[in-house]
Design a protein around this ligand. Sequence first.
Ligand code: HEC
Length: 132
Amino acid sequence: MKTVISIIVLVVIAGGVAAAAVPIYLMEKQNRQTAIELTGGDPNRGKDAIGQYGCSSCHTIPGIRGADAMVGPPLTKMGTRTYIGGVLKNTPDNMKMWLKDPPGVDAKTAMPNLHLGDEDVKDIACYLYTLR
Ligand code: HEC
């Protein structure tokens, strides 16, 4: 009897975990799809490029290991922000423009021009737009 109850409890817990995990999985998949359509980039390559360019030395970025710096603003939910750097409307083209040359957009910004390649700009913008 005890075993039966244990099994029932386990099944209920496992069901609960699955019911919670599936919508999260589907939501993340949808976010990736949206980001790819918006930017034409590749979120996996974007994630790697973010590591290579050292964005994490200034930013907290969800999903990037060790990216917990607070020099610049956290890039949490960057895909849903209204503005970029407080000056540009958050559109895919504007995001690319910002990443390519922040001081070119706003001469007073503390974010430096990191001389990103065009493909990297697209891929990094894509990753940032998965953050919703
Ligand atoms: C030397 C520090 C530094 C580095 C390195 C850096 N940033 Fe920034 N970043 C900043 C600062 C400071 C701001 C705020 C700029 C402003 O509002 O004028 C900023 C702003 C941003 C914004 C706009 C955020 C918002 O809330 O509007 C994005 C997006 C961004 N950075 C992405 C990146 C990416 C991607 C990299 C790596 C390729 C990177 N940054 C590297 C300092 C940095």
